[in-house]
Design a protein around this ligand. Structure first.
Ligand code: NG6
Ligand code: CA
Length: 518
């Protein structure tokens, strides 16, 4: 019956798009069935073209392929921003990051960017009776005061204040200090013989850095930036001292977070759970475990994709083993578009061998072009949605909070998730009506807005290429840009031919900005 409905919806969009929203959106509601577990698998810097099921040629991703074959593969889905912190902020709060100062790429000693009083996706699940966790990359700050954290004691503000019952996370990214895991607000495996100090301003005397002691970089050398403290033979952004046995080994990060995810699933198999599983892969420094080395034909960047795929397989296996797969909704995606050389000499560029990390899109991570925010999205929920489906519905991660909230019948406080719309039917494949528009935030704060057929990029006087390292087009131009999205490549600026389209899309941005919070 369900499949017939979906097929009919796909064949007769006109009939279905004319249904009132409430009729469409009741389809996935939790009221008429047992609550599904929800797992968001959030890769880091994984591009639209980086998975085999999205056309990647030089790397095999059998587990993700299987996930796609058992669910829906979306081909027109967007992260809210072209870098990590603002994208994650938007996903977890349902508020555009550009409304909130201080949501740019965060240092490892940033204080908690989401305030405890904000209503998060984790709060939403928790209040609906779920046990919640965040595992892996965080990058949204910890503690109550920037640069003032005492990493040797429990942090005064952590994810427990944001609705997560359990967390095992990296404070920021693998290329930023502190290079330790935080478990429930405390450094995991804390080593009292090696107290931790962190600074993003100055080094601690007598500590070697990548700049002063390049001979100590036995694992990876930087290509740009990343020349401060050395941990595990890799220099990072920022300075740290101490850590001892709590310091991570980059080659074990995927194992470590995946093991914690599996343990969490095992211990909560009898109750509904929400897991935000944010992998370190495939962010720099790419340093996968040796069992993944040489498995891709694209060097470390490709091998990190293989490692990511392995982690996805581990999650799927444990769900199968525990009999949970049927009623677990998995959403797999990425926080922003891909980047090739992001600051380490890992030969990613030289070894691409014709691979296109962003698939057909122009631009990469950081960019206002589509490659900045066009990301893979796969949704699987065997009990409820069809298999082996593909959808080109225009979608944004900003809507996932309200959509999942509708699915679990969450009662959300007034004003929460202010930019998130309930588009559950899109996620579950029962409604193929496009979002009227999506807003995309580039690294330089330029906003773009696109609908199914057109994309507008605001004028900006910045340089056309990133000037500080990666060889990436920013999308900057001092005049308005309008592209016809049926052509995909964003090559021919037709703003002057279609002033009415420009006006319509500018108006979307103007009106979105009018809601601007103080
Ligand atoms: C940049 C880093 C880059 C990466 C990025 C954030 C340098 C030279 N480059 O500033 O390596 O860490 O920030 O990436 O420092 S993100 O995916 O977490 O947004
Ligand atoms: Ca990222």
């Amino acid at each position: 019956m369900k499949n017939q409905y979906v097929t009919l919806a796909l064949l007769c969009p006109a009939i279905f798009s004319s249904l009132p929203i409430s009729a469409k959106d009741t389809k996935g509601k939790a009221t008429d069935r047992e609550k599904p577990n929800v797992i968001i698998i959030y890769a880091d810097d994984l591009g639209y073209g980086d998975l085999q099921c999205y056309g990647a040629k030089n790397v095999e991703t059998p587990n993700v392929n299987r996930l796609a074959a058992e669910g829906i593969r979306f081909t027109n889905a967007h992260a809210a921003a072209a870098t990590s912190t603002p994208s994650r902020y938007s996903l977890l709060t349902g508020e555009y990051a550009w409304r909130r100062p201080g949501t740019d790429v965060a240092a490892g000693n940033a204080s908690m960017i989401i305030h405890p009083e904000q209503y998060t996706m984790a709060d939403m699940f928790k209040h609906a009776g779920y046990t919640t966790c965040a595992i892996g990359k965080w990058h949204l700050g910890l503690g109550d005061k920037t640069a003032m954290q005492d990493w040797n004691a429990p942090l005064p503000a952590a994810l427990g204040d944001l609705g997560f019952d359990y967390h095992y996370i990296m404070a920021a990214t693998a290329d930023r200090v502190p290079c330790v895991f935080i478990e429930n607000g405390k450094v995991a495996n804390y080593d009292p013989t090696a107290p931790i100090e962190v600074s993003y301003i100055r080094n601690f005397s007598d500590e070697p850095t990548g700049k002063s002691h390049p001979e100590l970089l036995y694992n990876l050398k930087p290509s740009h930036g990343h020349d401060m403290s050395i941990v595990n033979g890799i220099s990072r952004i920022g300075y740290m001292k101490g850590g001892g046995k709590a310091l991570w080994k980059d080659e074990n990060i995927a194992d470590s977070i995946t093991t914690h995810a599996i343990d969490f699933i095992r211990s909560h198999k009898d109750e509904p759970f929400f897991m935000y599983f944010a992998t370190n892969d495939i962010h720099v420094p790419r340093f996968p475990h040796k069992r993944f080395r040489g498995k891709s034909g694209m060097g470390l960047r490709g091998d990190a994709i293989v490692q990511f795929d392995w982690a996805v397989g581990q999650i799927m296996n444990i769900l199968d083993k525990l009999g949970l797969a049927e009623n677990t909704l998995i959403i797999l995606s990425s926080d922003n578009g891909p980047v090739v050389d992001d600051g380490y000499d890992d030969k990613a560029e030289e070894l691409l061998n014709g691979h296109s990390p962003a698939g057909p899109w122009r631009g990469n991570k950081y960019s206002a072009f589509e490659g900045g925010t066009a990301v893979p999205v796969i949704v699987r929920w065997p009990k409820q949605i069809r298999k082996n489906a593909e959808s080109d519905v225009l979608m944004s991660q900003i809507d996932w909070m309200a959509s999942l909230g509708a699915m679990i019948d969450a009662r959300m406080p007034k004003g929460s998730a202010p930019d998130s719309e309930n588009r559950l039917g899109n996620l579950l494949g029962t409604d193929i009506t496009d979002r009227p528009w999506v807003i995309e935030l580039a690294a330089n704060h330029v906003l773009s807005v696109r609908n199914k057929d057109w994309k507008y990029i605001e004028p900006n006087d910045g340089p056309a290429m990133i000037t500080w390292g990666p060889k990436i087009e920013t999308g900057n131009l001092s005049v308005p840009q309008l592209y016809e999205m049926k052509k995909v490549t964003e090559r021919e600026n037709v703003a002057f031919q279609y002033p009415d389209k420009v006006f319509t899309l500018q108006n979307v941005l103007r009106r979105a900005r009018l809601n601007q919070k103080k």
